[in-house]
Write a protein that binds this ligand. Structure first.
Ligand SMILES: [Zn+2]
Length: 143
């Protein structure tokens, strides 16, 4: 097994925090008003590994504590779980991820955010969705 690492950068706005979410599990919430166009989360880098090692159970870290993303058939990248992971899906999101690279998250507010509002972004696809819990009137996955 060969592991490589790329420098991990994690930056989070001080006005966001984890709380229990009415949508699902743990969510990310605004502690105070945040204007539209504000960068809330910037995460890059991680540990690069061969997905065969994950299938064989030989990775030297607990995959449940990392967000894994595919870079190629032979390279995946694991980044420690943080705000880029604990942000729930909504079909009417108030945050967008501007990153075009699987190992990078750059989350920015789409509109003005109110204090205590849950921050959400749109990441569901037909492949990953079983049930959408977003509760939005605009939900495109309603039964
Ligand atoms: Zn929905």
């Amino acid at each position: 097994m060969t592991l490589h690492s790329t420098p991990i950068t994690m930056w989070f706005d001080h006005r966001i925090a984890y709380r229990k979410s009415p949508i699902h599990g743990t969510g990310t919430f605004a502690l105070e008003a945040i204007p539209a166009g504000t960068t809330l989360v910037l995460v890059t880098g991680g540990i690069i590994y061969d997905p065969k090692d994950a299938e064989n159970g030989t990775l030297p870290f607990d995959g449940m504590l990392y967000n894994g993303e595919r870079l190629s058939d032979t390279q995946y990248i694991a980044t420690p779980l943080a705000h880029h992971y604990c942000m729930n899906h909504s079909c009417a999101p108030n945050v967008i991820d501007l990153s075009r690279h699987p190992a990078t998250s750059h989350r920015v507010t789409l509109r003005d955010i109110q204090p205590n509002e849950e921050l959400t972004h749109d990441y569901y696809t037909r492949e990953t969705l079983e049930v959408c819990l977003c509760g939005s009137a605009l939900c495109r996955w309603k039964a």
